[in-house]
Design a protein. Structure first.
Length: 354
């Protein structure tokens, strides 16, 4: 065999409210990938305790991410939707990866530096090891493709480094069991047990920016609620936030070139394009020469038309959580069965007795 079977995996943390950045950077892509791939989508609750240990309403936060997946159109029968803590093999493989990865690799992660802030010594050990668990999430299914927003690129590079080092360090164990696959990484032939994961980041909105400042990422942790559109916002809130979104005084250009140096305009055009499933160039061909007073109302209409059916379905699912709970339970069982096959091979490759 010369190729790993294509399998999509991604995860979203159950912290705070989902926003338009999460939807366009991740969930909308998850939905689109279902047609062509086998997919596993995970609510990564183990990751959520790395930055903040105690979450008073964690169970409902977990459910609401699963509800967002389902409401957006993910099919939990054809694919797998579950929460990470239901599959202990993630944490078990993460431990192995903690021993494969080097402390220096973790120290270089920009997300760790941002989240730990000035007082690094006081950050949790889990926050430092976060990317190791993320690599385990993906590789415990030997998944090959990972749709994420641009901010996760560095973590996926690290997942490749971990996979590569595991493949090389355990080359002998992998060969003995006849479990590897011959691949080439760059020019080099490698007999690999774990695939080199491919990030799926492209699209018109890989990085959705704050509505108040086009140079800052739209984020759950921004103190200003006007900076983001939440998936649970009602129509009035969406309309108000887009009308108040920061722009410059010029109208829209007709060519992509004209968005250079105009981060707010670029962001709004990217959002429109991603919502419409078109490219930014196509949107500029439509709106070039128009003022924001024309473009913003069109963006409000498109945002509401796209998001309100999702919001109302999420609300319906959250009203009676038995359906969501059943989906997560069944997804967890299916995921566990698959992860255990890989973990058994990993235990053999390393040489643990079982
Ligand atoms: P998180 O909520 O941090 O677990 O992120 C879930 C997914 O949303 C990840 O794939 C992120 O890369 C993506 N994401 C988060 N914020 C943004 C943003 N502002 N623009 C695009 N994607 C984002
Ligand atoms: N770190 C990702 C984020 O904050 C969430 C995540 C955890 C993830 N494990 C993953 C994403 C595995 C993709 C694949 O957005």
């Amino acid at each position: 065999m010369s190729e790993f079977k294509r399998l999509v995996f991604s995860g979203v943390q159950p912290t705070g409210n989902l926003h338009l950045g999460n939807y366009l950077g991740a969930i909308k892509k998850f939905v689109a990938l279902q047609a062509e791939s086998d997919c596993i989508y995970c609510v990564v609750d183990l990751h959520s305790i790395t930055a903040q240990l105690v979450h008073p309403d964690l169970k409902n936060q977990i459910r609401s991410i699963a509800a967002a997946f389902i409401a957006s159109g993910i099919d939990p029968e054809k694919h797998i939707v579950f929460n990470q803590s239901a599959v202990p093999q993630h944490a078990e493989l993460a431990w192995v990866f903690n021993c494969v990865a080097r402390i220096g690799w973790m120290n270089r992660m920009t997300q760790f530096k941002d989240k730990a802030g000035k007082d690094r010594e006081n950050a949790s050990l889990g926050l430092l090891a976060y990317p190791s668990l993320m690599a385990a999430d993906i590789l415990v299914y030997r998944a090959t493709h990972v749709p994420v927003g641009d901010d996760q690129k560095q973590h996926l590079e690290l997942a490749r480094d971990i996979a590569m080092k595991f493949n090389l360090d355990f080359a002998e164990g992998i060969r003995q069991g006849g479990r590897g696959i011959d691949i080439t990484v760059g020019e080099e032939p490698v007999h690999a047990y774990f695939p080199m994961v491919e990030p799926l980041i492209d699209g018109p909105a890989p990085r959705v920016m704050s509505l108040r400042d086009g140079t800052k990422k739209m984020s759950k942790s921004d103190p200003s609620d006007l900076s983001r559109i939440n998936l649970m916002d009602d129509e009035d809130a969406i309309s108000k936030k887009i009308r108040k979104a920061k722009t410059d005084p010029d109208g829209l250009p007709s060519e992509l070139e004209g968005l250079k140096g105009r981060p707010e305009a670029d962001n709004l055009v990217g959002i429109y394009a991603a919502l419409a499933g078109k490219s930014k160039a196509e949107i500029l061909a439509e709106f070039g020469g128009q003022q924001f007073s024309v473009f913003k109302p069109a963006l409000v209409d498109l945002s509401i038309a796209t998001l309100s059916p999702i919001t109302s379905e999420m609300r319906r699912l959250m009203d009676d959580t038995t359906h969501i709970d059943a989906i997560l339970k069944k997804g967890g069982e299916r995921a566990r069965a698959r992860a255990e096959v890989v973990m058994n091979e990993v235990r053999d490759i390393i040489g643990f007795l079982r």
